[in-house]
Write a protein that binds this ligand. Structure first.
Ligand code: NAD
Length: 260
């Protein structure tokens, strides 16, 4: 379905971003991977994706907190993959602390990567989409783009912020063959969430699996984690023609979290 298209997925060396990159490659889409990690592991991911799906797959270690890196990342995607049709703003980090103790430098970093980074990526990517009269922007927001939780002031602010950016870009691109939407996942068991599960296990003196169940029972009525594969499939749907008139909306995929 996406053969001939090119996608940049930020933060795709693990977790949700990798799930999205796999799903897009599975539809024949060329993919630019981005993120940090062990170079040898990333090269294995890149090669496997390219071979399994017979698509071009490139990688860049651009730092999404650095505007110059983002400009270079978009240019590299267009050069190496022959365009940029799909942009998935997904790179992200987490830090938990009460607002009174929240380190100011970590606040700045979270906003820089998850909100300002998405702004720069969209600004550089849109001309490539406008040239072709087709484009898809998918922002990995979160349930925390819709509701809050304690100790996550920077994360919740960045994720609410990207909802505003999503709606504005949707309005500015309406009628141009381009859509801009947000995916709002509940808990997905990635490295980012595993760190929170491990902390909780220590705090409540429980096993890691008990802590995981305890965490789900507080927020996610299905009591099951959302998977990167499910989010990848949702992203593929948003890139389809069937979704051409869906724009400017949050799409929760959260086991009922935000229905409460
Ligand atoms: P993850 O830690 O597995 O992946 C994060 C990715 O971002 C990695 O590839 C990492 O290398 C990359 N990254 C981090 N800082 C970066 C930087 N400065 N520049 C470039 N890349 C950078 O975590 P994940 O859970 O897959 O998170 C992906 C996105 O999904 C994040 O935006 C996160 O907020 C969001 N999200 C996660 C959950 C969840 O429960 N895991 C729920 C809702 C939303």
């Amino acid at each position: 379905m996406l053969r001939g298209k090119a996608a940049l997925v930020t933060g795709s060396t693990s977790g949700i971003g990798l799930g999205i990159a796999r799903a897009l490659a599975g539809q024949g889409c060329a993919v630019m991977l981005n993120g940090f990690g062990e170079p040898a592991e990333i090269e294995t991911i890149r090669e496997t994706l390219a071979q399994e799906h017979d698509v071009p797959v490139s990688y860049s270690d651009a730092d999404l907190s650095q505007p110059d890196d983002i400009a270079a990342l978009v240019a590299m995607t267009a050069d190496q993959l022959g365009g940029l049709d799909i942009l998935v703003n997904n790179a992200g980090i987490q830090h938990t602390a009460p607002v009174t103790d929240f380190p100011a430098d970590i606040w700045e970093m979270i906003i820089a990567i998850m909100l300002t980074g998405a702004f720069h990526a969209i600004q550089h990517a849109l001309p490539h989409m406008q040239e072709k009269g087709w484009g898809r922007i998918v922002n990995t927001s979160s349930v925390h783009g819709l509701v809050a939780s304690v100790q996550k002031s920077a994360y919740v602010s960045a994720k609410h912020g990207i909802m505003g950016l999503t709606k504005t870009v949707a309005l500015e691109t309406a009628g141009q063959g381009i859509t801009c939407n947000a995916i709002n996942p509940g808990f997905v068991r990635t490295e980012l969430v595993q760190a929170q599960i491990d902390d909780r296990a220590q705090k409540i003196g429980a096993s890691v699996e008990e802590a995981a169940r305890n965490m789900l029972s507080e927020k996610q009525p299905s009591l099951e984690f959302v998977t990167p594969e499910q989010i990848g499939a949702l992203c593929v749907f948003l890139c389809s023609d069937a979704a051409a008139q869906i724009t400017g909306v949050p799409i929760p995929i959260d086991g009922g979290w935000t229905a409460q």
